[in-house]
Write a protein that binds this ligand. Structure first.
Ligand SMILES: [Zn+2]
Length: 65
């Protein structure tokens, strides 16, 4: 489990697939810190939001517990 870099709480991972590219959002329920990763590399939130907004209906999401 990934720890939050801010408060050290456990982060929840949410996987998204955007145009065949795997994205992972890690979200902290304590302080609401979020990090985004694509193909194992951290990405800028702005870039991710741009990608998602360009394909609003074609991504699948799944929760991983
Ligand atoms: Zn946190």
């Amino acid at each position: 489990m990934t720890k939050c870099p801010v408060c050290n709480n456990e982060m929840v991972e949410i996987g998204l697939t955007v145009d065949g590219s795997g994205l992972v959002m890690r979200s902290c329920s304590e302080c609401d810190t979020r990090t985004w990763h694509r193909d194992g590399e951290e990405v800028d939130l702005d870039g991710v939001l741009h990608d998602i907004s360009s394909v609003p209906t074609r991504y699948k999401r799944s929760l991983s517990d």
